[in-house]
Design a protein around this ligand. Structure first.
Ligand SMILES: Cc1ncc(COP(=O)(O)O)c(C=O)c1O
Length: 362
């Protein structure tokens, strides 16, 4: 009888969105924080041009993609590592730095994959309380234990959408022990870049990694491309646990072209911000509040876990899939990915209809 490692056997599989629409009902998925725009035409053209090279292994050093990222962000290409999505990089970091006796710490309503990746590495994941869906640096520092090896924060957060100002991220780093690795996951960073430039300089101290992805603002979720800025010593360790040739040539070409089409990405962010304002205003009129977010989704407060479950079931029966947030410790909330006016209108009308029916409940 084959037996997995006990910590793998004890794990629950990571739950992706369940998208089983009732038969015959058109599916509207607003559950995975995908972009409301298709990829940049330049990315699609670059991908198409690369298809003929499919017999060859891809560039294991992502040379052109790294060059494009470095030019856009004004950072050193040598410090960049790329992954098959930022999930890949989070997993590699956990394998290299967390494990039995080396705990991970994250905010209470953090991106659930942090805990999953910790569990994959055999590490436990501690949670520090948040205040109203906002990361609380003092609480994180208080939760730091002697065996804390890795601290993860997403900025802006998922599923909260809220943002930690740079000054607080720096205060978090300053308050952590020097031997603790801080992972700042900026998967939604592009949607908030207009507020403050990303503190990439924090990487210079040697114990902080900044991650980004092309899955959100660049609309390339299906290509699976993430990247990070790593201190040289951490990058060298991560390379050891990374699958070589982790990003296919077509995805690398698409990502480099998307990165060089900053105007398209910024237009996507502007459209996303408009959709967010429209959604928040409509939800307010329906009587539902959202956290003040900076991402391509909104976190809707439905009031109680029972009400959220009823709203979710009502929407699903109509083919509209939001994302329940019990797994992130927010069972009273539903997360809705922003979309174009027609799709957003369909979801918000259904939510308004549910709210009306709910008010009539005895
Ligand atoms: C905070 C955060 N980090 C990382 C990811 C993973 O993104 P990807 O693997 O597509 O780059 C997501 C995806 O939703 C996310 O929300």
């Amino acid at each position: 009888m084959t037996r997995p490692h006990p910590h793998i056997a004890a794990m629950a599989p990571y739950a992706l969105a369940d998208l089983a629409a009732p038969p015959g009902v058109p599916l509207l998925s607003l559950s995975q924080n995908e972009s409301l725009c298709p990829p940049s035409p330049a990315a699609v053209a670059a991908a198409a041009e690369t298809l003929g090279q499919g017999a060859l292994y891809p560039d294991p050093d992502w040379t052109d993609l790294r060059r494009a990222i470095a030019a856009v962000h004004g950072i050193d290409a040598g410090g960049i590592l790329c992954g098959a999505g930022s999930l890949d990089l989070i997993g590699c970091l956990m394998r290299a730095y967390a494990g039995p006796g080396r705990a991970v710490l994250a905010p209470a309503h953090a991106y659930p994959f942090f805990a999953t990746a910790a569990a994959m590495a055999g590490a436990c994941c501690d949670a520090a309380p948040e205040t109203g869906g906002v990361v609380h640096v003092a609480a994180l520092l208080e939760a730091q234990r002697a065996d804390t090896a890795v601290v993860c924060v997403a900025n802006p957060g998922n599923p909260t959408g809220t943002r930690i100002p740079n000054a607080e991220i720096r205060a978090l780093r300053a308050g952590l022990r020097d031997d603790v690795l801080l992972i700042v996951d900026e998967a939604y960073g592009e949607f908030a870049d207009h507020l403050e430039p990303s503190p990439f300089d924090m990487v210079e101290a040697g114990n902080t990694v900044m991650l980004r992805t092309l899955s959100k603002a660049y609309g390339l979720a299906g290509f699976r491309v993430g990247w990070g800025l790593f201190p040289a010593a951490i990058g060298a360790e991560v390379r050891k646990v990374m699958n070589p040739n982790n990003i296919g040539a077509v995805a690398q070409a698409a990502a480099a072209a998307a990165m060089r089409d900053q105007a398209y990405m910024r237009a996507t962010c502007a459209q996303t911000a408009q959709a967010r304002e429209a959604a928040v205003a409509r939800l307010e009129r329906i009587g539902l509040a959202c956290l003040p977010g900076f991402t391509n989704f909104v976190l809707i407060d439905i009031g109680t876990a029972a009400r959220a479950a009823r709203a979710d079931a009502y929407l699903r029966a109509r083919g509209i899939f939001l994302r329940a947030q019990g797994g992130a410790g927010l069972p009273h909330a539903l997360r809705m990915t922003l979309a174009g006016p027609a799709d957003l209108g369909r979801a918000l009308e259904a939510l308004a209809a549910w709210q009306e029916e709910e008010e009539d409940r005895p």
